[in-house]
Design a protein around this ligand. Structure first.
Ligand code: NFE
Length: 521
């Protein structure tokens, strides 16, 4: 039978899935982005310095990510910076990194507590693991209080939230003030205490290893005996340790391999220091090994998207934005998302892809709870819902450490200039970074002081991608195949979808229930 879940809830934006179900499992899946988004068209013909302000409105969640990606692209076109934003005065690079990391540390708990957490509520009771109740009760309250503090911190250096205002073309409209940085450090230490649920004796990274170790040592062994219990530590049971419960509940439900797909994964890299060294490296895992990343391999296919067939291209930087013409009702098409491809292949983006790229470069220092390294080297998949959930939790902890160190470093730059004045008339630029949901890229062509062409690929576009001209499914579509589903229980499908933490607002703006129409722009 066909099962349609539309809208999918507890995501950002508008999404649906159309599933073919046989013998209680998903046999085929179509991922539906149900809104059109025309932001790239909006900036054509404008002053490039307007683009970051307009394009950050793509999303109220990752507003700073789009603002920064757009700034990177126009500063790159002006030959001030590389594609990752390195090249500006040091305080500007570091302040932008602090804003970005604060956003990540804010955003992952939204996913954990508000978006996917409730997927596991009934399972918590079914498996008898009621100690995990924090996810739906006390934990949510504590997470909201921690998030309030993180937004205060972002406001100190971003001006306001959402839609921060201080990063501007050429740097940041703010000098580093030692008192403000001290306030930020105190907030981050409070958040760290919340996240770890214990004293501050260990780094968050050490805790991340503990989390990873706990999963390796205990879950697989204890699963053989039956039920997996939470860590037996009186201090555990607050903050992100609650999130370990997601992993444990999944394991207890026997969902270890759910949401699996061919492990093609892409990371653009993120958090360049003033010398250009990336804290999160770039890389493309082609299903067998990690390849060096080259953004010129990124193209977009529109065979199954509601756009004119000319709207795609083999290199996104050469696509013509004026050809982004909506064609609702196009034969065969089923979504407003395009199909981004790397060397012609679909690729999953997000914390798991970042952890894989970082693991290859840095020796899996954050722990390798699911034997990703062994699985990937052995040709087995390591891309599944459990791995995505673990990676997001680990990344939260890794970034709390990063923030703490960065803020201490920033104190030394008090009173130093964080801005360089420049003009741009002609140039092509690329802005690459990672947003919480994955790899984010902005591409711009500037002629005669105006934007001639602009392209954005948001992380969720990669993950909710439809099929392409070679009929290769998008990552979420493939991950849904094989998921158990019944008339009374569709939770597993939702759990798989939420493991990608989708944001359709970033992906696709105009909605109509009419069956056939064309938007005139
Ligand atoms: Ni709208 Fe976003 C993030 C970006 S979407 S939330 O993270 O960029 O995938």
């Amino acid at each position: 039978m066909e099962v349609v879940i539309d809208p999918v809830t507890r995501i950002e934006g508008h999404h649906g899935v159309r599933l073919k179900v046989e013998d209680g499992v998903v046999k085929d899946a179509h991922s539906l982005a149900t809104m059109f988004r025309g932001f790239e068209r909006i900036v054509i013909g404008r002053d490039p310095k307007d683009a970051p302000i307009l394009l950050q409105r793509i999303c109220g969640v990752c507003h700073n990510d789009h603002r920064l990606a757009s700034l990177f692209a126009i500063e790159n076109a002006a030959k001030l910076t590389n594609e990752w934003g390195a090249g500006l005065p040091e305080p500007a690079v570091l302040l932008r990194n602090a804003i970005a990391a604060l956003q990540f540390v804010f955003d992952h708990p939204v996913w954990a507590y508000a978006l996917t957490g409730p997927d596991y509520c009934d399972a918590i009771h079914k498996t008898g693991l009621v100690r995990f109740d924090p996810i739906v009760g006390r934990g949510v309250k504590e997470a909201v209080l921690a998030q309030k503090r993180l937004h205060q911190a972002m406001t100190y250096i971003g001006g306001k939230v959402p839609h921060i205002m201080t990063p501007i073309p050429g740097g940041v409209s703010l000098e580093i003030d030692a008192n403000i940085i001290s306030k930020l450090i105190s907030i981050v230490l409070d958040v760290k205490k919340w996240a770890l649920g214990v004293g501050l004796g260990k780094t968050a990274l050490e805790h991340a290893r503990d989390v990873a170790g706990y999963v390796i040592d205990d879950v697989s062994k204890k699963l053989e005996k039956g039920v997996v219990e939470p860590p037996n530590d009186p201090e555990v049971g607050k903050g992100l340790y609650d999130l370990v419960s997601l992993i444990l509940v999944m394991a207890n439900l026997g969902l270890k391999d759910m949401g699996e797909r061919t492990p093609t994964m892409l990371a653009y890299g993120f958090l360049a220091d003033p010398n250009g060294e990336l804290f999160f490296p770039s890389g493309f895992f082609n299903g067998k090994e990690l390849e060096k990343f080259d953004y010129r391999n990124i193209g977009e296919d529109v065979k199954y998207s509601y756009y004119d067939d000319e709207a795609g291209g083999s290199y996104v930087g050469e696509e013509d934005t004026r050809k982004l013409i909506p064609k609702y009702g196009k034969a065969g098409a089923y979504t407003w998302a395009k199909a981004p491809r790397y060397k012609g292949m679909p690729a999953e983006v997000g914390p798991l892809a970042r952890m894989v790229a970082k693991g290859y470069r840095d020796g899996w220092e954050v722990g390798d709870p699911l034997d990703l390294r062994k699985n990937l080297a052995g040709g087995r998949t390591a891309s599944n819902a459990l791995a995505r959930n673990i990676a997001r939790i680990q990344e939260e902890l890794v970034l709390i450490d990063y923030l703490e160190n960065l803020l201490l470093e920033l104190k030394d730059y008090a009173g130093k200039k964080a801005y360089v004045k420049y003009e741009i008339n002609d140039g092509d630029g690329v802005g690459l970074r990672e947003a919480p949901r994955g790899a984010l890229g902005h591409w711009v062509k500037i002629r005669g002081g105006k934007i001639e062409n602009y392209q954005v690929i948001a992380p969720t576009t990669w993950n909710v991608s439809p099929r392409d001209s070679k009929d290769q499914m998008g990552p979420l579509e493939e991950a849904l195949i094989g998921t158990p589903i019944s008339e009374s229980d569709q939770w597993n499908v939702i759990r798989v979808i939420h493991s990608f933490d989708l944001c359709l607002a970033c992906t696709v703006h105009v909605y109509s229930e009419k069956s056939s129409w064309t938007i005139k722009i």
